[in-house]
Ligand binder design. Sequence first.
Ligand SMILES: CC(C)(COP(=O)(O)OP(=O)(O)OC[C@H]1O[C@@H](n2cnc3c(N)ncnc32)[C@H](O)[C@@H]1OP(=O)(O)O)[C@@H](O)C(=O)NCCC(=O)NCCS
Length: 181
Amino acid sequence: MTEAEGKSGIWVSLREVRREDLETLFRQVNEPEGMRMVGSVRDSHTDHDAYMARWETIFRNEKVTARAIVVPGGDGGVVIAGSIACFERVAEPSRPCRLLPGPEIGYWLGKAFWGKGIASEAVRQFVAEVGRRPLYARAASDNVASIRVLQKAGFREIGREMFFANMRGKEIEETLMVVEK
Ligand SMILES: CC(C)(COP(=O)(O)OP(=O)(O)OC[C@H]1O[C@@H](n2cnc3c(N)ncnc32)[C@H](O)[C@@H]1OP(=O)(O)O)[C@@H](O)C(=O)NCCC(=O)NCCS
């Protein structure tokens, strides 16, 4: 587990994802505003059973590092704000894109937690924790918040590509990013 106070003063912890987190995570990743920002999601993202089955494969996959992003909330307790993962992307027909030559990170916060510096702190902690370099990330070029979060964690742009965004029903541009140190 890693934890630290983010610049906005919110205490952010990363811990292993537990099965009891999954219903919350499923609800968060299916919020329409977030899906539109990301632009494209796999088929298993929106199907509850397929989503749960995919997490079972993630739990067994030693190449994936997944963390729940935990913040204070709920009457002195803690709540799940979202999740973050490092994985090696494989070709996925429902999410077509160029495969990058190394592990990628992806992250997602529930809408109620946006705009508080939580993702910035979570990505900073996670990039330090996984330690793998080069480490890649991608974001729709108009997902300004995500690109800013990555820049603050040391990522730089290495290219752009067009891909079909199934959540927007059209091709959009994606920015590819890397952190090398
Ligand atoms: C993208 C996402 C992770 C951002 O999380 P967040 O906790 O709101 O981000 P933070 O508060 O840590 O930081 C956002 C940064 O972007 C900036 N930002 C946000 N919207 C912006 C906009 N429209 N224009 C310019 N800057 C913007 C903020 O000012 C902040 O930068 P700063 O610290 O320099 O002021 C969150 O909105 C999310 O999970 N969205 C849905 C899923 C998603 O897009 N995941 C990423 C896939 S690549």
